[in-house]
Ligand binder design. Structure first.
Ligand code: GFB
Length: 317
């Protein structure tokens, strides 16, 4: 991407979208369209169409759409599916109609079948049943991948997809019920440390394995991919390390400095048993995450300490 290119990050207020904007600014891209709060409502076709017609972006990073952890996916499947479907339909079609040179859509590792061979390769997409706890959201994310491929096939558009590992980091959602596991455990361990609580409750058995990526590393990978990858086949974007939820909880406990016990609530769902990505394509192209996992968790905890404690204390989440 030319440093003077006009770039639009759809979903600039999401965890990943905000990291993309930080990364673009750091790397010297000056023309960023639709910076929050000036973004259109991406579920509204007319607003999206008007936005593209007046801003005419050259490049689009599509990181928009509602998301949440395992509990949010179980409680709000309709909201998550509808929002994500509307967003991909509106943004991808308007991008094509306005002559966008290239678009990178961010899917999710839950797009893979529940029992995919590990680490998961893109060849496994659409080969089996999805994990029931996030099926509705996953179908919408797969629709985004397929829509990009359809625009490539029918119109010759350069619309590509990336499949990231579970992202976390600065600006994450630290609510107790709707968040993903890393921000949830950071908050729970911190609150338990302050209250000198005897134990922290961890959902599920602790045996599922997940691969994580810091949102800022993911954003760095997205810029790299936008420059260097043009295939219709999606590309995996992993953080390089997968660990069990029990191992993760121990690591967060250490980073936060909590000394109590971990108690596993096996009435809560585990979700996918294993979710690690085969990112050999991306690493063979020369990209590696820059931040060690422990440093990434510590950085997220620091951000939580500086930004979230006051709002949590006053009940505003
Ligand atoms: O991060 P998480 O909600 O996402 O949960 P998924 C990961 C694992 O951590 C699950 C366990 O096995 C949870 O049961 N876990 C333990 C916890 N304690 C907690 C806790 O306090 N909060 C949370 N949230 N989890 C989501 C999908 O799945 O991942 C989405 O539902 C999306 O569709 C996203 O794909 C990336 O990896 O299970």
């Amino acid at each position: 991407m030319d440093k003077n290119a006009n770039i639009y990050v759809a979903g600039g207020q999401t965890l990943i979208g905000a990291a993309l904007l930080r990364q673009l600014e750091q790397q010297g891209y000056k023309h960023l369209a639709g910076l929050p709060p000036a973004e259109p409502d991406l579920t509204d076709r007319e607003q999206v169409s008007d936005f593209f017609a007046s801003n005419k972006p050259d490049y689009v990073f599509l990181a928009a759409g509602k998301s949440g952890g395992i509990s949010a996916n179980q409680k709000y499947p309709a909201d998550l599916m509808l929002d994500n479907l509307l967003v991909v339909c509106n943004v991808i079609d308007c991008a094509y109609r306005c002559g966008v040179k290239k678009l990178l859509y961010l899917a999710s590792s839950c797009s893979y079948p529940k029992h995919s061979p590990q680490p998961m390769q893109v060849e496994s997409l659409m080969t089996g049943n999805l994990e029931p706890t996030n099926e509705a959201y996953a179908v919408a994310k797969i629709a985004g991948i397929k829509l990009c491929q359809a625009y490539c096939q029918q119109y010759g558009a350069n619309f590509i997809s990336g499949i990231p590992a579970n992202a976390f980091g600065i600006g994450d959602d630290f609510s107790l019920e709707e968040s993903h596991v890393i921000p949830a455990l950071i908050r729970k361990m911190h609150e338990a440390k302050i209250a000198d609580a005897e134990f922290v409750e961890i959902w599920g058995t602790g045996t599922p394995r997940r691969e994580f990526i810091l949102a800022d590393d993911l954003a760095d990978a997205c810029l790299f991919i936008m420059d260097k990858y043009d295939e219709k086949k999606p590309i995996n974007i992993g953080g390089g390390l997968d660990l069990s939820i029990k191992e993760l909880a121990e690591l967060i406990k250490d980073a936060v400095g909590y000394r109590g016990l971990l108690r596993f609530d096996t009435r809560k769902p585990d979700g996918m048993p294993l979710k690690a990505l085969d990112s050999s394509k991306l690493s063979s192209m020369g990209w590696q995450p820059k931040t060690s996992f422990y440093a990434a968790v510590s950085l997220t905890y620091d951000w939580f300490l500086s930004n979230c404690q006051a709002s949590i204390a006053t009940g505003v989440q």
